[in-house]
Design a protein around this ligand. Structure first.
Ligand code: ZN
Length: 327
């Protein structure tokens, strides 16, 4: 009888952290947080009147008077940013109120900055809240997009928001040339330290609750021509991202995300600017149905998938959960 020899390759060949699974101290040693409140931004939808529709509809949809207490709560939870959308007033064909001093957007930006100076404020730059036809763009008499007038509107809005204290402006309508125009306008006005974060908006039903609440549905037609077709989103979003970056975008927002996680991964792999994943209003009912832990897991997945910041209606609930889980 010869003594058995030790096989050259063990039957089990564990790698990575597998051998350490049994010991809590070692698991803790290698652990990294799946998600932190600092990864989160919250949409702030500033409504007319004084009545809040309540968080059951869309969290973060509040009248102007409730902005300070809302933002103070978010800041205390460690949320780092808000994206401000204002319900437009005095709507007309040219969207004039969008760049009128002291409009609802300006007052909202000031209210956020007065309450939480360190909170990063991003603003929506788009015509649809301010035009009586509900289009994102201004139109010629013949109904075509009036590019010159639309770019002027977007530049004026961006400058107004920057003056009010916005840190980043976010052009929403996907018009080639708009990011360059807005960037130039900010630079010429000495606002070189205000960022431009354009949208990569894929056509979806998941914008519905927002459009309903903010009354930004176009009176006629749809805005599909200004969005990425879902069937080609995996390719066209990348092309558009590179266009935006070449025009001067310093960060990007992808929306929606629940039905575009593949796109988020590709975007993350194909360029290097910070990516905001915007979990849009139509995703909220689904997240709510998942419950707090489920929506936290979903949000953590977006971070793992490549989001540098997650803009979500679940921000407050998730941040509260994370604070509780840490305790
Ligand atoms: Zn719009």
């Amino acid at each position: 009888m010869t003594a058995p020899t030790r096989p050259l390759v063990p039957a089990a060949d564990p790698q990575g952290v597998n051998p350490s699974r049994a010991r809590q101290a070692v698991r803790n040693l290698y652990a990294r947080p799946a998600l932190a409140p600092a990864d989160l931004s919250a949409p702030l939808l500033v409504l007319p009147g004084s009545q809040s529709p309540g968080p059951g509809l869309l969290p973060g949809a509040v009248p102007l008077g409730d902005v300070p207490q809302t933002v103070e709560r978010w800041a205390r939870l460690g949320i780092r940013g808000v994206k401000v959308f204002a319900y437009g007033h005095d709507r007309d064909a040219k969207g004039s109120a969008a760049y009128a001093p002291g409009n609802r957007m300006v007052r909202a930006i000031a209210a956020v900055k007065d309450t939480a100076p360190d909170m990063a404020v991003t603003t929506e730059v788009c015509g649809c809240s301010w035009t009586d036809h509900g289009q994102c763009t201004l139109r010629t008499l013949g109904g075509d997009i009036d590019l010159t007038a639309t770019f002027h509107l977007m530049s004026q809005m961006a400058l107004l928001h920057a003056e009010a204290g916005a840190d980043v402006v976010s052009p929403t309508a996907m018009l080639d040339g708009s990011v360059r125009t807005v960037r130039n306008a900010l630079d010429d006005a000495g606002r070189r330290d205000v960022g431009v974060n354009p949208n990569l908006a894929i056509h979806t039903t998941l914008y519905g609750p927002f459009k309903e609440l903010m009354q930004t549905n176009p009176v006629t037609g749809n805005r599909r021509g200004l969005q990425i077709e879902p069937g080609r989103a995996d390719r066209d979003t990348l092309v558009q991202a590179h266009r935006w970056i070449s025009e001067g975008a310093d960060s990007l927002t992808l929306q929606p995300v629940m039905t575009a996680v593949d796109v988020l991964t590709r975007l993350h792999d194909s360029q290097n600017v910070p990516l905001v994943a915007y979990s849009t209003s139509g995703e909220w009912p689904a997240l709510r149905a998942l419950g707090t832990e489920g929506m936290t897991e979903f949000t953590a997945m977006l971070k793992r998938t490549g989001a540098d910041s997650i803009l979500t209606f679940a921000a407050e609930q998730v941040a509260t959960y994370l604070a509780y889980a840490r305790a």
